[in-house]
Design a protein around this ligand. Structure first.
Ligand code: HGY
Ligand code: MN
Ligand code: MN
Length: 418
């Protein structure tokens, strides 16, 4: 590792600037008294993007945006024709999330550009910050939408037609974004990167339990998402005999029960979540006419994921209770092994900065999963309190944010130098 230059980049990380910017970003979409609701392509997301772009403007960096709204901020390199080293994450949040998931990775990436600047380091390759669109997938399904489209894993037209619960499409929401946040430079989807780095809170308990500040992510487990729609018949709760009912809710809860049995895993490795459940017309004395629910299924082993996921449709159809059932798979992403060479650079950077590190597999998914299909990719985790995330209680300390950013700075500098 090019010790002195990478160390200089790490040491130039400015704690005050990083934490001030975190506070500024955390104020946009904040929930009172704690937490974050800054879902993709909402007013808050647009305002947060504007703030990040204002930091780029202060340094005169070029900015670009692609057709799915992924934004890129570029610090030039000596060789402008060389593929950039790109680092970033997302600034959209869950509806009741925290101000660290994703935001930390974008803040760390912006701070890396600042640190390189302050240290007067001229890199051979350009270094870019990426801000991916709709990582969370809460408002528009599926998760990691921007990076999936970027990597050619989700057709742009399909992503643009996804709608939120109010019927607003990604395409409509993006048109607003493009109008409100004019960024003159377009960027091709699949523009090649030399390497991609993403810093993120762990969102699990392992680093905190081990008392280790840096996780070197070796893999991201696979996931499959399904949307199940059950259409029965509404009717009067007091008069309709059971034999005449086509109750969508009875069918849907039976499906969920059977699926839960299937996913029961003594080893506690399978992750199965029904996170959204909508009943219509949702009236106490009307038989439910339709139900929509989602399934989030994850496993680190591709064969297990395939075997379980392939049974979802059959189980739902077998418990229809006379209703019409449609099961649509909105995402099927295989487990990802991150680049061994990049992981080694991250380990060396952590050692260089004087921070203990350990290898870790990611239970959450990340934009790095899709970007890894296009270039060598690595991830750096920092601990979060209690190992919790996707809750308003999510928290990461300033000390750990600085530690992760220093490792990101050293790794980025090392990769961008030659
Ligand atoms: O769902 C996830 O793992 C991530 O938060 N997108
Ligand atoms: Mn995230
Ligand atoms: Mn998340």
């Amino acid at each position: 590792m090019n010790g002195s230059v990478a160390s200089r980049a790490a040491q130039s990380v400015n704690e005050t600037r990083l934490l001030d910017r975190h506070a500024q970003l955390a104020s946009i979409g904040a929930i009172d008294p704690v937490g974050m609701n800054r879902q993709a392509l909402t007013d808050a997301d647009i305002e947060a993007r504007r703030l990040v772009l204002s930091w780029a403007a202060e340094r005169g960096y070029g900015t670009a945006i692609d057709d799915i709204g992924n934004m890129f901020i570029r610090r030039p390199g000596r060789d402008e024709s060389a593929m950039p080293i790109v680092t970033g994450s997302h600034i959209d949040s869950q509806p009741a999330g925290g101000p660290f998931d994703g935001a930390f990775g974008v803040l760390a990436a912006c701070e890396v550009l600042e640190a390189l600047e302050d240290a007067g380091i001229v890199t051979e390759r350009p270094v870019e910050v990426a801000v991916w669109t709709n990582e969370e997938g809460s408002r528009f399904q599926p998760t990691t939408m921007g990076s999936a489209v970027f990597a050619g894993q989700l057709p742009l037209v399909e992503a643009l037609s996804a709608t939120d619960t109010h019927g607003i499409s990604v395409g409509d929401a993006l048109e607003r974004l493009f109008r409100e946040l004019p960024i003159p430079d377009g960027r091709e989807l699949r523009a090649p990167f030399a390497a991609y780095l993403e810093a993120h809170i762990e969102q699990g308990p392992l680093l905190e339990s081990a008392g280790i500040p840096i996780g070197v992510v070796t893999a991201i487990q696979g996931l499959r998402w399904f949307t199940v729609r059950v259409d029965g018949e509404t009717g009067h709760a007091g008069t309709t005999p059971r034999s005449r009912r086509r109750d969508a809710l009875v069918a849907a809860v039976t499906m969920v029960g059977r699926l839960s049995q299937l996913m029961d895993d003594p080893g506690d490795v399978v992750r199965f979540t029904v996170g959204r459940f909508e009943v219509e017309p949702n009236s106490p004395n009307t038989i439910p006419g339709s139900v929509l629910f989602t399934i989030d299924l994850r496993h680190p082993d591709a064969n297990v994921l395939a075997a379980l996921g392939d049974q979802v449709d059959g189980i739902c159809q077998a418990n229809a209770f006379g209703c019409r059932v449609s099961v649509v798979e909105t995402m099927n992403a295989a487990p990802t092994v991150l680049d061994a060479g990049i992981s080694q650079v991250i380990r060396a950077a952590a050692t260089d900065v004087g921070l203990e590190h350990m290898d870790i597999a990611s239970g959450a998914t990340h934009d790095a999963k899709y970007v890894a299909l296009t270039c060598p990719a690595g991830m750096i985790f920092i601990p979060c309190r209690g190992g919790v995330s996707h809750t308003v209680l999510e928290f990461a300390s300033g000390e750990h944010m600085v530690a992760g950013t220093r490792v990101l700075a050293a790794t980025t500098a090392e990769l961008a130098l030659g």
